[in-house]
Design a binder for this molecule. Structure first.
Ligand SMILES: Cc1cc2nc3c(=O)[nH]c(=O)nc-3n(C[C@H](O)[C@H](O)[C@H](O)COP(=O)(O)OP(=O)(O)OC[C@H]3O[C@@H](n4cnc5c(N)ncnc54)[C@H](O)[C@@H]3O)c2cc1C
Length: 461
C-alpha cells in the first residue's frame, strides 16, 4: 500500500499524507518497540488498515504502522488448548494467522487480517461471521474501530462480535481486554476509533456457517417506506437502495438458512453481468457521463431502476453479503433511530427535488440492533442507516451538508469512517457515554500519541 517516503492515500482519494516513517511490524513486540520509539522521539503513531475510511481517521502524519504482516504471537495468549484451540499456522502470509476455539466458535485474528481472507480461514472450522458489510477489503481492526456494519435489525455491527482484544497502549504496554481481563474497558475498546492504542489481535465470536436466500426486487419507494419498520424488524437482513429521480427502490431481503440447505447460487455469467458489468462497468460510465452532463442523470437512474432487481438465489453467507465495488465514490452515512428513517428519507427526496441536483448514486438504507458500545452509532438504540454517495469526481459538499442537517434533526450520529462535519462538542450531545470514552483514552494514552487531526476534531485535542 505504501512505503517509506511515499504518499499514503485513502481509497476514496479524500485524504493523503506523507508520513515521516512507515513501519511494518510482524509481531506484537515489534509494535510495542515502535510505540515506545515514537514516544521517545515525540512523534505520533497510527495503525492504518486498508485505507477504506472516507474521513481522515486513518491519517498518520508521523509514524504509519502497516499491520498487514502482523502475525499472532502464541506466547502472548492464554487460550485453553484442552477446549480444542486449533493453530492454523499455515495461513501466515499477509498477517492472516488465525487461532480457533472450536467449541466456543471463537477465532483470534491478527489485527491486519483483511476480511476477504476470512471465508477461507473460517470454512474449515464450519464457522462464519454473524453479519458483514457491503465489501470485504477492510482489515478486521480497521473495520471494527470505525463501527463498520451490515444490515439486519437483529444483528449488531462487526465490533459487537468482538469478545476480546489485545492493545498496545501509549506507554508501549500490552493490554488484554476481555470478559475476564479488564472487562470494564470492553465497551470502549471494541470500537475505539484507533484512539486507545494499537490493536494487535481481536477475538471474534463466530456463528456456525450458514446460507443466505437472497431476493432482490424493484418496488415502489413509498410502499417500501411504509413497510420499513415492519420488514426491518421481522426479516433477517433487509435493506434497500433508492435511485434519486425514480419512484422505485431496489429491495434486498436475505434470509438465513442452515449450511446444509440447498445452494442455488447465481451462475458465474449472471454474477459477472450483475456485479461487474452493471454494478461497476456500466455504472462507472454512467457516473462519468453524469458528472460531465448532469442533465442526463435522471435518464440513467431510470435505466438503472429497470435493470436492477429480479434476483433470487441461495449461497454461502459471505458470497451474498459482500459485493465488489470498483467505482470510486464519496460517502456520508448517518445512524438514526430505526423508526425515523422513512420521514428522513422523504425529507431527503424533497430536498433533492427542491434543489434540482442531479444525483447519480443511489441512497442506501440499512439497519442494526441496539448495542452497548459507547461510541457505536447504534449505541443504546435500534438503528436505521441512511447513506448518501457522490461519484468521486463530483463535489459532494453542498449535497452532503444539506442531507446532514436533515439527519441531525433526527438525532443522527455519523459513521466514524464516512464524511461528516461534526466535532467533539456536537458528538458529545448524541453519545451519552462520550466522556467515559475520553476518560478511558486519557488512561490508556495520556499523551494522545495515537491521535491525528480528525481525532482531535471529533474527540477533542
Ligand atoms: C467501498 C466501501 C464500502 C464500504 N462499505 C461499508 C459498509 O458496508 N458498512 C460500513 O459500516 N462501512 C463501510 N465502509 C467503511 C469502512 O468499512 C470503514 O471506514 C473501515 O474503517 C475501513 O477499514 P480499513 O481497514 O480500511 O481501516 P482504515 O480506514 O485504514 O482505518 C480506520 C481506523 O481504524 C484504525 N485502525 C486500523 N487498524 C488498527 C489497529 N490495528 N489498531 C488500532 N487502530 C487501527 C485506524 O487508525 C483508523 O482510525 C465502506 C468503505 C468503502 C470505501
Amino acid at each position: 500500500m505504501t512505503a517509506s517516503g511515499a504518499v499514503w492515500r485513502n481509497w476514496a482519494r479524500t485524504e493523503h499524507v506523507r508520513p515521516r516513517r512507515v513501519e511494518r511490524p510482524s509481531s506484537a513486540a515489534a509494535v510495542q518497540r515502535a510505540v515506545v520509539a515514537a514516544g521517545q522521539a515525540g512523534l505520533r503513531i497510527k495503525a492504518v488498515g486498508s485505507g477504506h475510511s472516507f474521513t481522515g481517521i486513518a491519517v498518520a502524519p508521523d509514524v504509519l504502522l502497516d499491520l498487514h504482516d502482523l502475525e499472532l504471537g502464541v506466547d502472548n495468549y492464554s487460550v485453553d488448548n484442552d477446549r480444542g484451540a486449533d493453530y492454523s499456522g499455515a495461513d501466515h502470509g499477509g498477517g492472516g494467522a488465525i487461532r480457533v476455539d472450536v467449541e466456543l466458535g471463537r477465532v483470534t485474528l491478527a489485527a491486519g487480517t483483511p476480511l476477504h481472507r476470512l471465508p477461507a480461514l473460517l470454512r474449515p472450522h464450519g464457522l462464519a461471521l454473524e453479519n458483514m458489510g457491503d465489501i470485504d477489503r477492510q482489515t478486521i481492526a480497521g473495520a471494527t474501530s470505525t463501527g463498520t456494519h451490515g444490515t439486519g435489525a437483529g444483528f449488531g455491527g462487526l465490533a459487537t462480535q468482538i469478545v476480546a482484544l489485545t492493545l498496545v497502549t501509549g506507554d508501549g504496554a500490552l493490554l488484554r481486554v476481555s470478559e475476564i481481563e479488564n472487562p470494564d474497558l470492553l465497551p470502549a475498546a471494541r470500537l475505539g476509533l484507533g484512539a486507545l492504542g494499537i490493536v494487535v489481535d481481536v477475538t471474534i465470536q463466530c456463528v456456525p456457517a450458514f446460507l443466505l436466500h437472497a431476493v432482490d426486487a424493484a418496488e415502489p419507494l413509498d410502499a417500501v417506506l411504509e413497510s420499513w419498520l415492519e420488514r426491518s424488524e421481522t426479516l433477517d437482513h433487509f435493506e434497500f437502495y433508492w435511485f434519486p429521480h425514480t419512484g422505485s427502490a431496489l429491495t434486498k431481503t436475505n434470509t438465513r438458512l442452515p449450511a446444509d440447505g440447498i445452494r442455488s447460487p447465481l451462475s458465474p455469467v449472471r454474477r459477472w453481468l450483475d456485479d461487474e458489468l452493471l454494478a461497476n462497468g456500466l455504472y462507472r460510465a454512467t457516473c462519468g457521463i453524469g458528472a460531465a452532463l448532469p442533465a442526463l442523470v435522471p435518464r440513467f437512474s431510470r435505466m438503472a431502476e429497470r435493470l436492477s432487481g429480479g434476483r433470487d438465489y441461495t449461497d454461502a453467507s459471505p458470497r451474498v453479503f459482500v459485493t465488489n465495488r470498483t467505482v470510486r465514490f464519496r460517502e456520508m452515512e448517518y445512524a438514526l433511530p430505526l423508526e425515523a428513517v422513512p420521514e428522513a428519507l422523504r425529507e431527503v427526496r424533497a430536498l433533492i427535488e427542491e434543489r434540482g441536483w442531479r444525483i447519480s448514486f443511489p441512497i442506501e438504507v440499512r439497519s442494526a440492533a441496539a448495542d452497548d458500545l459507547w461510541l457505536s452509532t447504534a449505541s443504546g438504540r435500534a438503528t436505521g442507516y441512511v447513506a448518501v454517495h457522490r461519484y468521486f469526481r463530483e463535489d459532494p459538499t453542498e449535497y452532503f451538508r444539506a442531507v446532514e442537517a436533515i439527519m441531525r434533526s433526527h438525532d443522527g450520529r455519523p459513521h466514524w469512517g464516512k464524511l461528516h462535519q461534526q466535532d467533539a462538542a456536537s458528538l458529545r450531545a448524541v453519545y451519552p457515554r462520550f466522556d467515559d470514552f475520553l476518560a478511558v483514552r486519557d488512561r490508556l494514552d495520556p499523551d494522545h500519541r495515537f491521535s491525528n487531526p480528525y481525532l482531535e476534531r471529533v474527540l477533542g485535542p
